[in-house]
Design a protein around this ligand. Sequence first.
Ligand code: DGY
Length: 317
Amino acid sequence: MESLGVLLTFPMNPYLEEELSKRCKLFRLWESPTPEARRDFVRANAGSIRAVVGNATVGADSDTIDLLPGLEIVASFSVGLDKVDLAKCREKGIRVTNTPDVLTEDVADLAIGLAISTMRRICESDRYVRAGKWKSHGDYKLTTKFSGKTVGILGLGRIGSAIAKRAEAFGCPISYYSRSQKPDTGYKYYSNVLDLAANCQVLVVACPLTEETRHIINREVIDALGPKGVLINIGRGPHVDEPELVKALVEGRLGGAGLDVYEHEPHVPEELFALENVVLLPHVGSGTWETRKAMADLVLGNLEAHVLNKPLLTPVV
Ligand code: DGY
């Protein structure tokens, strides 16, 4: 792959960066500090760049693609491709790969972890102990049970299905809304997200971000979930109308939220910091050593297959 010029958009993984720098000619986009400098950098190196490796933060948008006439492949270090202009890639014949399957377990584990942490107030309890507030047994408030609660899943793809399996092990009845009803799941299907929210206690967002799913969790859905309901988002921040979510949490119209993603990452609405019924994570769904290594190996394998003219490992376009 020595001749392959790769634009790496973000410092996403040290192993991936090291392997890419050993195997290809690497261009590090983030080292240019401003949008203008980054544009100039891409323009200046466009003649050499044939591949973009992006992630869930910085992918390959329309402007970047337009600056790269020799672009052949976008290999994303993520399963979600909302930061890649897929339509433009299709139109220009640029290949696109992502990293499905290898991160499913971690993201599903985290969704359950977030639900339990939020409902059992694990982070709040941890803060309580660390602050030296625990003076005697029985002086702490009670929390909400997770086992047996109805879990509603928005998006029953690979990750949504893995969340469902895990929640089933906790005795939770599963319901879901997906673009289409899946055969033979045994789960209750709702044909819209509002009915799903009205009939579950824990609503988990696990679908890809598209124009159809942007702000799918709006005020009406949040109110349908209600003061006893909990929202878990391990999908993408823009799935949720964030100001409405914040308002509902502050006003007590929603029981709680466990969030791994936000509308304008890395910005997290400050009002959430004061609330004990929310658990806030910095977009770490796939963030284990094992999974990030597997994701990196998929990116490297896809680039290698592309150069060798072999079938891509995980083609999307
Ligand atoms: C993905 O792969 O899309 C995740 O959000 C990255 O952590």
